[in-house]
Structures are given as C-alpha cells and as structure tokens.
Design a protein around this ligand. Structure first.
Ligand code: PGA
Length: 252
C-alpha cells in the first residue's frame, strides 16, 4: 500500500508577518520540485490567509491552522472557528497537540468537538497523540496511545476517519532535541495501525497516514522516514528554517 508522503511544518507561535511570508516563499522555492511529497504549512492564525494565498495555485502544498474552536460561532471571545479558517484558505487543522493538551488542558471530549467542527467545515485534521516521559519510563506508552486513539476512533465513522492524519509525537521528544529512535517510532506506528484497524478495518487503516513528530530534523529524518509505517513528519523547530525543512522533505 502506498500512502502519500507528507511533511507538515508547525511554526507554533513564531514569526511576524514579513518573516512568515519570507519563510513560506523560501519553502515554496526549495521544495516545489518534490511534487510527490505533500507539504502542509501551519502558520500562526493571523498569517493563514496570506500564506494560503501564496500556495493556492501550487500542487503538493496545503496550508492549515494550529488549532480551532470547539464551537461553530457565537459569543466565544478570542476563539477562531473552523469555518473561519476554511474561508481564508486553510485546508487542515492540527488538533490534540501535546502543547494544547498540557498547557491549555484540552482533553478528549473537547478535542472530539473540535474534530467534529473541523470536519463539518470541510477541513482535514492532523490529530496528535503520544505518551509523556513518565509513561514511557513506566512502559505505559501503549496504554496512553490507545486511550488517545479511543477518544477519537471510538466515535468517528469510517468516512470521517478518511479525513484524519495521525501524528505520533512522544511528548518527551517535542522541542527537546531528543528523538525517538527509528525502531521506537516504527514500533509505535505499527501498534497505532494495528489498533486503528480494530475500528476501521484493515483496508482503511492501511491507507491512513501516520506522521512522526518530536525533534525530527535534517539529520534524523531519513532514518525515520525509511520505517515502513512512518509516512512522514510533523516538524516544529526545524520547519522554521527553509533549508533544513527542504532537507527533511528530500529525506524520502
Ligand atoms: P519539534 O516539534 O519538531 O520542535 O520537536 C514538533 C511538534 O511539536 O509538532
């Protein structure tokens, strides 16, 4: 089964508008020759429209937002809805990132509402899962990841599940410079696929894109992407440098 190779750039709360436009332009120039790899750029909210505009007529690129509201509209001061994001050119949204789970206390039911909002608005979702260091040390990583999968796939129907990309991001590897070894990544990705098959069946699950995230960079991407069940990466820090990001894209 061939799955689309995918590399996503999560810029987090970095860049100002001019910098974001420059970075997007450089990424476009340096990676457009790899039309076989889907590149998905996640700028901060205020720059989604501009950055989406830069990629709108380019194949092999898409733009998304790093979060969305669990509500569709109304009196929710400071929130940004999925339909708003769609209306400015976003095609994707990241939901369940560990920084949202930890620092903003986002949990299963709220995350599920966000996924529902995103799908209803016609956005695809990158859904993040992964254990923390304590869980890994106590060999609870499978239990944790299974719980997180259940919070989503226990409720989604099969058509909805087609709109989901999973990102396995061990929390201990995010922004720490510590990366899962290719063996650890492959092991967990295979586990994820076997579990998801319980809800979706093997045929659907074989098509599901599962990305690795957590200090993935120009040096380690090649070995990670060579793993049979790793379909690409969700890149944080290393996506803020167009040259490094392009090396990652070229790691396939
Ligand atoms: P990192 O972030 O590559 O900086 O570790 C990955 C992520 O948080 O998506």
């Amino acid at each position: 089964m061939t799955r689309r190779k995918t590399v996503a750039a999560n810029w987090k709360m970095n860049t100002l508008l001019p910098e974001a436009m420059n970075l997007a332009g450089e990424i476009l120039e340096k990676t457009k020759s790899r039309s076989d790899v889907e590149k998905i750029i996640f700028p901060p909210f205020p720059f989604v429209k501009e950055v989406a505009g830069m990629f709108s007529d380019q194949s092999g690129f898409a733009v998304g937002a790093q979060n969305c509201s669990q509500h569709e509209k109304g009196a929710f001061t400071g929130e940004v809805s999925a339909p708003m994001l769609k209306s400015v050119g976003a095609a994707y949204v990241i939901i369940g990132h560990s920084e949202r789970r930890q620092q903003f206390r986002e949990e299963g039911s709220e995350l599920y509402s966000k996924v529902q909002q995103a799908l209803k608005a016609g956005l695809k979702v990158i859904y993040c899962i992964g254990e923390n260091l304590n869980e890994r040390k106590n060999e609870l990583q499978y239990k944790r990841v299974e719980e997180q999968l259940l919070e989503l796939f226990g409720k989604l129907n099969k058509e909805e599940a087609d709109q989901i990309i999973l990102a396995y991001e061990p929390v201990w590897a995010i922004g720490t410079g510590e990366t899962a070894t290719p063996a650890q990544a492959q092991d967990m990705h295979a586990f994820i696929r076997s579990r998801v098959a319980q809800w979706l069946g093997t045929v659907k699950t074989e098509k599901m894109i599962v990305l690795y995230g957590g200090s993935c960079n120009a040096k380690n991407a090649r070995d990670l992407f060579a793993c049979a069940d790793v379909d690409g990466g969700l890149i944080g820090g290393a996506s803020l440098n167009a040259e490094e990001f392009s090396v990652i894209v070229n790691s396939f």
